[in-house]
Design a protein around this ligand. Sequence first.
Ligand SMILES: *[C@@H]1O[C@H](CO)[C@@H](O)[C@H](O)[C@H]1NC(C)=O
Ligand SMILES: *[C@@H]1O[C@H](CO)[C@@H](O)[C@H](O)[C@H]1NC(C)=O
Length: 589
Amino acid sequence: MFGISQLQVLSLCFRFTKLILILWGIWTTINNGAAALCASECICRNVFDIEIGSTVRVECTRGDMRTIPVDYFDYNIDKVIISAPANRPNYLTIGPIFTQPIPFVNLRELHIINSNVPSIGQYSFWGLRNLRLIKLTDNNLTSINTDNFRGLINLVELHLDYNNIEQMPSETFRHLTALKTLNLSHNQISTLVPRLFRMLAKLTVLDLSDNPLADLNPEVFKDIQHLRIFKCRQCLLRRINTQIYHLVPNLDELDLGENLFKYLTSDEFISLKKLKKLQLDGNQLSVIVDNIFGNNRELRSLTVAHNRLALLAPAALTNLTTLFDLDISHNKIDRFHLQTFGPVVYTLKSINFSGNNLPLNEIAIVLQILPEIQSVGLANMSLQELPPNFFTYNEHLISLDLSWNMISTFPYKLLTKTKYLQKLDLSRNRLKTLGEHDLQRLEAIAHVDLSKNHWLCNQCSASTMIIFMETTVLNSTIRRLKCHSPLKLYGVSFGELRLEHLDQCGSPYEAQLSVIAGLMLLCVAVLATVTTALCCSRRRAAHYYTNEEKRREKTREHEHDHPEELLGQTELGSVATIHAPYHLTTKGS
Ligand SMILES: *[C@@H]1O[C@H](CO)[C@@H](O)[C@H](O)[C@H]1NC(C)=O
Ligand SMILES: *[C@@H]1O[C@H](CO)[C@@H](O)[C@H](O)[C@H]1NC(C)=O
């Protein structure tokens, strides 16, 4: 009639029925808030899932379990979470309980955590063809084998971390042809037998961290060539056969932190052209050699923190023109080659200098050529103060870490120049008090950490802070601070302080001292006036030189608009003498 074919009517009909079914599902779900059938030690919830309709989720997390109460599980069950608090341990075993007499075909996620499971029986998961995720984290598994995983044709994630697995025979995972993520971290695996990962062609994430591997067999990587993320942190590795990298050329994240690497050759990572994130922290590297990342042009994040680096070679960052985040903290670096930073001048957003022996002027010179920088780490450097113009060239600064230093005066002037700062860590310094201006500046910074300072809790030092605590957004920040002195208030938090209970500030003895101090100031003032008068008479003679000086300063300012020009003058020495706008008298002894 109107051109509606039978097929269209049928399809409309079908859609209508589906809608009714969905509505009915939602309706019944709302009506039975709790499932009809539920074991007493568990909580069961009806949920509605667009894909599979009305299902049940079970959580048994109270502990003290000896068996899994499958008899009380709804046939429609979709997700099971079993775990135990530390003081009420579970002692569970897994057999084919989820598959008999008829398998829970809708089961998609199974989490059995911290339950002292000693082994996985044969065919335990047979028939659970919709199972996507198995998480057996924190149990007592010592070995696993092929038959444990039969029938899991759709399993995508398998987490076996925090167990005691020592042995895995060849082809252990051969039935898991859909597996994408395999977590074997925190076990006792000491060797990877040949063909261990056979049939895992889809694997993209492999975590072997915290196993006493000492060496990686390149052969096993032949079966997992689509790997994207590989982690082997704390694997006792001294070197890596670079053949491995050749086999996994799509790797975009590599974590080799906390191993025993002493050196890396300049062609170490040459095969990893797609690498985006590399973690080499916590090794024993003493140098990052020239051109080492020449082929890793997509690298965005690099950490070499906690090594023994004395040097980043002048061409260490060659070709890293997309590097975003660089962490060189906690090494033994005491100077830089300025040209090292040439390739990253326009992309680097975050740099961490913390815990090195760097004098402030070395850092200042590097910061001058990094105009895009948003995050700077300067923790643990024995700093007593920072010059007010330290971040003049870094107007995008958002995050600043000054923790673990010896700063005793709030760096107000410095912070008035960092307009966009949103995160400031001044914890573990020697601040005693904050004045009104300081607090007003802090109000505009979203995340502030001021803990573990030498807060002085008497009336004149703490009262402004208490007022700000009670009336401003700084409430929770100040409330948690703890008094350092006087002794009787040591460890008491600001939240517990009452203004009227604080000591008066000046004792009579202190008053005397202040009179003496006043007199001395007067003397100094008189002296200064006399000196100025004397100087003025000589000024005229020096007039010509002063003008010359100003002219030179102008040319300097222009140079900063083009950091790469500055880099043209490759010798650090010459640059340092041209750019010395800071009077750095602040490095702690
Ligand atoms: C865990 O396994 C080890 C080795 O098989 C065994 O000695 C230990 O008793 C087990 N622990 C528990 C809590 O079952
Ligand atoms: C930097 O990248 C270019 C272009 O890919 C390449 O030709 C050059 O060899 C690389 N430099 C180094 C030191 O590897």
